[in-house]
Design a protein around this ligand. Structure first.
Ligand code: THU
Length: 126
C-alpha cells in the first residue's frame, strides 16, 4: 500500500487511545514510515517519576529499530490538542541520528504542518 501523509497521520491517530498519559492527560501518537514502506506506531508512556516518560516518537523509533529498520522516510505525530505537537528537543536529537526525514504533525483539527528534521533541529550534536 502506498502511504501518503494523510494515511500516516491516520495511523498516528489510530494509537492515540493507547497512549499512557495519566499525569499530563496529553496523549500523543506517532507513526514512522520506513524506506521499505513499513509503518511502526508508538505512543507516549508516562511514569510517576515524570522524567522517565517516553515520548511517542521515541516509542515508534525503538519499535522500528527493534524490527531491524533504520532507514526512514517520514514520521507522523498526532495529538488531541488544539496545537500541532512538535517533537521535543530530546526526540529531535534521537530521530536525527537516523537521517533527515520528513515530520508531519497534526492536532485535533484537520490541518497538517510538514517539516524536515533538519529544519526542526538544524544543529544536532554529532
Ligand atoms: N510528548 C510526546 O509524546 N511527544 C511530543 O512530541 C511532545 C510531548 C509527551 C510527553 C508527555 O507524556 C506529554 O506529551 C506531555 O508533555
Amino acid at each position: 500500500m502506498d502511504i501518503d501523509d494523510h494515511k500516516l497521520i491516520a495511523l498516528a491517530r489510530e494509537v492515540l487511545p493507547f497512549a499512557y498519559a495519566p499525569y499530563s492527560g496529553y496523549k500523543v501518537g506517532a507513526a514512522l514510515l520506513t524506506a521499505e514502506g513499513r509503518v511502526f506506531q508508538g505512543v507516549n508512556v508516562e511514569n510517576i517519576s515524570y522524567g522517565l516518560t517516553i515520548c511517542a516518537e521515541r516509542s515508534a523509533l525503538t519499535a522500528a529499530v527493534t524490527a531491524g529498520c533504520r532507514l526512514f522516510s517520514a514520521l507522523a505525530i498526532a495529538s488531541e490538542g488544539e496545537k500541532e505537537p512538535l517533537p521535543c528537543g530530546a526526540c529531535l536529537q534521537v530521530l536525527r541520528e537516523f537521517g533527515n526525514f520528513r515530520v508531519i504533525v497534526a492536532g485535533k483539527q484537520n490541518k497538517f504542518l510538514t517539516f524536515t528534521l533538519g529544519e526542526l533541529l538544524p544543529h544536532p550534536f554529532v
